[in-house]
Ligand binder design. Structure first.
Ligand code: ME8
Length: 507
């Protein structure tokens, strides 16, 4: 059997509306994580996709005078797939819950659970938030509104089929105890544990008041509840139960926003336990992206399309900013001022400036040809430390820390150039050897930076890689080899090229 892939998923997003930077946030994190693991030499599988059933989608389609099928096709093709290009995401698969490969497996799964006695019929009465597509506890409702969306919930009373979630409480608690890394960060884990300790209620696994969904296989007056349908995408995308599914499953990381933590850390593992299938290894909940102090959402009309930002700053700076500015797992605010300030001080003034200084000096003093390989022990050891630190942090989903480690090295190289004053060395023919050494060491450092920042900023790093005249495919460069000094051969032709991070007007 092929070695199991490192399998990462994002939530599958609702297509009632277009993507905003909150959706892109989780997806970018998944893309950075998987690109990093690829550069560790691992086989990786990165899945994203769309959640297309349920009342919310049905209503959106009707409001636009389309059938749900027309609407979901339209949204996927015009908005959700293009958004992946906008933010430069290299997913391996894209699953839609309206695909046969998903719908058929959902039916099989529930037929099997019903045969095992894991389904019973009953009546659900209580509040429901269509925006969350979630059955709520009366105690959660604030003045008749959903606590997340601030919009009225509706009272529903339906004949439904139920999944006996409550009987899995002990097994779930035992699992959280035995595998502390199953839910991260710590705050998310604590929330989940105390929620389950508070006692679980059985959940409705079907809806009967509308028909946009996967029909319950033994009763076509019901459709499978959209969340129950959606969660299974992660398993179905592996091809389960066809041969080969275990080369992906279990997922190594389910990336989710904290709004949907309970579905992933409580209901989903209980479903898998009921089916006798292995559990995912980790559910990691990111915090809220806030705009103007509020959670940005489609329903609150504060949603910003990713392209509004990438049109100004480009996809690399976009990816860099969100991963750098907000500790992953905590809430954080987006503001244009902060984005611009970091773009200027970190990307333009540090990284961009270092690259353009080096390339210009090699051009000017050495006709664009790299001097002989030369050792520079202080930089070599700073690089080894930064690479090890970055690896540890990125693998722990501490994107801010991983970027910080590489950026710390960029600053060290900038200081090295400033202290060694190659422009002064160039004036003194007797110090030509010193100039060679400084130019070589700086170029070699930048080679390493291109490798270490490739997961975060693939386009800029590819440009830097080619400007340095480096050979081979950048994405194939291994993290484990990055600190091996002397990889750029003497005489390599560098090219000045355009600046990596051009000035952006503050307007
Ligand atoms: O919940 N800050 O889909 P959805 C950070 N279809 N992340 C945010 C965010 C914000 N302001 N807004 C959205 C669904 N997100 C279901 C998921 S999975 C089997 C089914 C991100 O379109 C975050 O990852 O409402 C959040 O969990 C997800 O988008 C919700 O996307």
């Amino acid at each position: 059997m092929t070695e199991k892939a490192f399998y990462v998923t994002t939530p599958i997003y609702y297509v009632n509306d277009v993507p905003h930077i909150g959706h892109a946030y989780t997806t970018v994190a998944g893309d950075v994580l998987t690109r990093w693991h690829r550069q560790r030499g691992e086989r990786v599988w990165f899945l994203t996709g769309t959640d297309e059933h349920g009342e919310k989608i049905l209503t959106a389609a009707a409001e636009h005078g389309m059938t749900p099928r027309q609407w979901t096709d339209h949204m996927v093709n015009t908005a959700w797939l293009p958004a992946l290009q906008t933010i430069d995401v290299a997913n391996d698969d894209f699953i839609r819950t309206t695909e046969a490969r998903h719908e058929e497996r959902v039916r099989d799964f529930w037929l099997a659970l019903r045969e095992k006695g894991e389904v019973y019929s009953g009546t659900y009465t209580g509040p429901y938030c269509v925006a969350c597509e979630e059955f709520k506890q009366p105690s959660e409702i604030v003045d008749g509104n959903c606590p997340i969306h601030g919009r009225p919930v509706k009272e529903i009373s339906e004949e439904n089929y139920f999944f006996p979630l409550s009987k899995y409480a002990d097994a779930l608690l035992a699992h959280y105890e035995a595998s502390p890394a199953f839910v991260e960060p710590e705050s998310a884990r604590n929330e989940v544990v105390s929620f389950v300790r508070g006692g679980l209620q059985d959940i409705s696994m079907s809806r009967s008041s509308f028909d946009w969904g996967i029909k319950v296989p033994w009763d076509d007056k019901h459709v499978i509840y959209v969340w129950i349908d959606a969660l299974q995408n992660y398993l179905n995308a592996t091809g389960w139960p066809e041969p080969g599914w275990e080369e992906r499953w279990p997922a190594d990381v389910h990336l989710v926003g904290k709004d949907i933590l309970r579905f992933h850390a409580v209901i989903w593992p209980a479903m898998l336990m009921a089916a006798g299938l292995p559990l995912p290894r980790k559910v990691f909940a990111n915090g809220w992206l806030l705009v103007g102090g509020e959670k940005m959402s489609k329903t609150k009309l504060t949603g910003i399309a990713p392209s509004v930002i990438t049109d100004v700053f480009g996809s690399d700076a976009y990816r860099y900013y969100f991963m750098r500015a907000i500790p992953f797992g905590q809430d954080g605010s987006f503001s244009w001022e902060d984005m611009h300030a970091r773009y200027k001080s970190e990307l333009s003034d540090q990284l961009g400036n270092l690259a353009s200084r080096l390339l210009a000096m090699v051009e000017r003093y050495r006709d664009g040809l790299l001097p002989p390989v030369a050792s520079e022990p202080a930089l070599e050891s700073a690089l080894a430390t930064a690479a090890a630190e970055a690896d540890e942090r990125f693998c722990a989903l501490d994107f801010q820390g991983g970027i910080g480690a590489v950026m710390g090295f960029v600053r060290a190289v900038n200081n090295y150039v400033t202290e060694n004053e190659p422009w002064q060395l160039a004036k003194d023919p007797a110090r030509s050897g010193d100039l060679d050494r400084v130019l070589y060491a700086t170029a070699e450092s930048l080679r390493a930076v291109a490798v270490l920042f490739n997961a975060v900023m693939p386009k800029a790093c590819a440009a830097l890689w080619s400007a340095l005249g480096a050979e081979g495919d950048l994405a194939a460069q291994r993290v484990a080899d990055v600190a091996r000094w002397g990889q750029l051969p003497a005489g390599t032709k560098v090219a000045k090229g355009d600046g990596l991070f051009p000035r952006v007007e503050t307007e």
